[in-house]
Design a protein around this ligand. Structure first.
Ligand code: ATP
Length: 326
């Protein structure tokens, strides 16, 4: 596996936001490789840095954000060494992103057909408009939308249909990497399920790699083969999803996330939240950033930040993994 070229390679990536309060350490020294034909889930509470990392990979960071260290390679190319023009070509054809809100991703004054045709024509100057229209129709069929909707405007479609259009646009140029940032969060459960099934189906055929961002633990563990758990900008546990669900030994934060999955009993739904709040990313706690919320934390956790270690079949950032987790 190691000698294959990863589709995505993150090496010690850190991203900070310049803010009036100081530098917000949104992503803090993360490394990860994703190979073709795999889905990797990125889970964490709100504010843990998931979207910032997704945007950083796409080189779409906000103006006040900087990649403070590390390299991001997609198909072996350092995304931050590309010229503006190269980057424009690289996006969509090598890497694409599906954002949370389809409504914001689509242009309200263009028909679905025009928006898809635009993607083709702007990347392939030799393609005829007629050929692009044909491809647009095929794409809608792939995402199970009646091609009659080619002439629809975004506001004429349901939320689920709009999100399918966004997915169609993302995969239009057969990118090797698709980042999906909570692509179904705004949708009801039934629509969410049908879109997830569609994503799985298309991924199986196209074999691209997906980085699937979500705060929904059950959803990600079902969809992804590997999962990275993010806390305060760091990957505190990275493992395959089978071991994640089967094993009882986890990072204490992962354990908390699993306990927070709603449990259905006879006539009750119980949810056990993680006590406390995520830390202030301008002034991280000393030692392990999770220690103020961790039920096992000891003096070492308060003083020394744990290094990421490979233990059993996971990468884990916890001093106490071997002692209290079994
Ligand atoms: N433009 C910005 N300026 C300053 N800080 C920001 C900015 N955007 C995000 N942040 C901060 O960066 C941190 C990470 O935010 P990010 O949106 O990446 O988290 P997330 O895990 O994707 O959360 P969510 O699930 O709510 O989208 C948060 O503390 C957030 O407040």
């Amino acid at each position: 596996m190691e000698d294959r070229q990863p589709v995505l390679e993150l090496q010690n990536v850190s991203v900070g936001y310049d803010s009036p309060a100081g530098m917000v350490q949104a992503v803090n020294d993360v490394s990860l490789k994703i190979y073709e034909n795999t889905i990797v889930g990125l889970i964490g509470e709100s504010g843990s840095g998931k979207s910032t990392l997704g945007n950083a990979i796409m080189h779409l960071l906000k103006n006040n954000a900087v990649l403070t260290s590390g390299t991001i390679k997609v198909m072996g190319r350092d995304v931050y060494s590309l010229t503006k023009n190269e980057l424009r070509q690289f996006r969509w054809s090598q890497m694409a992103m599906v954002f949370q809100s389809a409504m914001n991703a689509l242009n309200p004054v263009l028909t679905v057909e025009d928006q898809i045709v635009d993607v083709f024509l702007s990347h392939d100057k030799r393609m005829s408009k007629q050929a692009a229209k044909k491809r647009a129709r095929e794409l809608l069929e792939i995402v199970s939308i009646d091609p009659a909707h080619l002439k629809s405007y975004p506001h004429e479609l349901s939320g689920g249909m709009r999100q399918r259009v966004v997915i169609a646009i993302a995969i239009a140029l057969d990118p090797k990497l698709v980042i999906m940032d909570e692509p179904t969060t705004a949708l009801d459960v039934v629509v969410q399920r049908s879109i997830l099934d569609k994503i799985k189906e298309i991924q199986k055929i196209k074999k691209f790699a997906i980085l699937f961002i979500s705060h929904d633990f059950s959803l990600v563990s079902e969809l992804a083969s590997k999962v990275a758990i993010m806390y305060a900008g760091r990957f505190i546990e990275v493992t395959d999803s089978q071991s994640l669900m089967a094993s009882k030994a986890h990072h204490p934060y992962t354990e908390g996330l699993i306990r927070a999955i709603p449990h259905l009993t006879a006539d009750e739904v119980t949810i056990e939240g993680i006590p406390g709040n995520p830390p202030n990313l301008v002034e991280l706690p000393t030692g392990c950033a999770y220690h103020p919320r961790c039920r096992y934390a000891n003096d070492l956790c308060k003083r020394v930040r744990p290094e990421i270690r490979h233990v059993e079949n996971r990468d884990i950032e916890c001093h106490l993994y071997e002692t209290v987790q079994k």
